[in-house]
Design a protein around this ligand. Sequence first.
Ligand code: HEM
Ligand code: HEM
Length: 278
Amino acid sequence: MAMENFKQFLFALSAAVTVGFVSIIFVLRWVFYFKEGLAWDGGLAEFNWHPVLIVTGFIFMQGIVSAIIVYRLPWTWKCSKLMMKFIHAGLNILAFIFAAISLVAVFDFHNSQNIPNMYSLHSWVGLAAVILYSLQLVLGVCIYLVPITPTYLRAAFMPLHIYSGLFIFTSVIATALMGITEKLIFGLKNPSYKDSPPEATFVNVLGVLIVIFGGIILWIATRPSWKRPSEQVLRSPPTNGGGSVGIKVSQQTDPIDPKGNGDTRRRSGKLEDSGQIN
Ligand code: HEM
Ligand code: HEM
């Protein structure tokens, strides 16, 4: 299956993977070099699981391997849609587990230090994002994996599923930035944050990397021509003219948006989009 602008896709994907990996190295260096390391002892080293698990699990895993990108990797287009759904759902569940453990770490740390819970904007938006994420998971499984869900429901729900997936991902990035800022303000004393000690500059860069990572993932996820083609296109036999099955995805006509100038995720209403084929 040909993909339009394949080189650009590969470039964006490698950029996202690279920035994501560098972010993980940054958060580990922050925790091990500047902070107290990792432990489960009710102290600061337990808190440190919070940013580590969030950056590796909730940001990197959610962005790259699972939700947002996995359907778009052209080398997976030969796999069945059902198999891709299992991978998409499974990796999302894994990302959720990382996020849940990271919350247990921070709540446990607060309780053992007698620090109040849920007082900050960071914690409000963060907890809301995790709750919405779990809702997205449950609804995703019920609607797209349980075979009895009617097709019209699958199709009707897809635009909302995609929108809320991207919305939650963006909220997680915003939450991480607030958390990083809070932690720097709380943790840096003599010299304080405003005096720009090396830790402050280093962790500010981590924040910038997370923003860039989010930006690239959202770019990849919103390119209509990089979307997984419909099952009909993927499974149909080669036609004469083109010689291969490689119909450009963007050339598919949108029954809802035939001119292609609106929401080009035009699949709602089509059977294959709603997971009906599998
Ligand atoms: C606390 C969620 C990322 C730093 C909290 C709390 C929640 C939460 C719910 C409240 C815990 C309590 O009240 O006992 C999240 C979510 C994140 C995230 C969903 C996903 C992006 C981060 C990151 C950092 C961070 C990357 C960077 C160090 C903090 C700090 C606290 C905290 C310093 C304690 C102060 C407070 O309650 O606001 N987080 N967090 N968070 N988080 Fe995060
Ligand atoms: C597509 C997010 C859980 C089924 C998508 C897309 C996003 C997303 C952003 C758009 C991908 C693209 O356009 O290439 C999420 C998030 C989840 C989640 C954040 C968990 C919190 C699930 C679950 C299922 C599911 C559990 C059940 C199988 C699907 C399907 C598509 C999709 C069938 C359409 C893929 C396509 O035809 O290109 N999801 N999702 N999702 N998701 Fe999820």
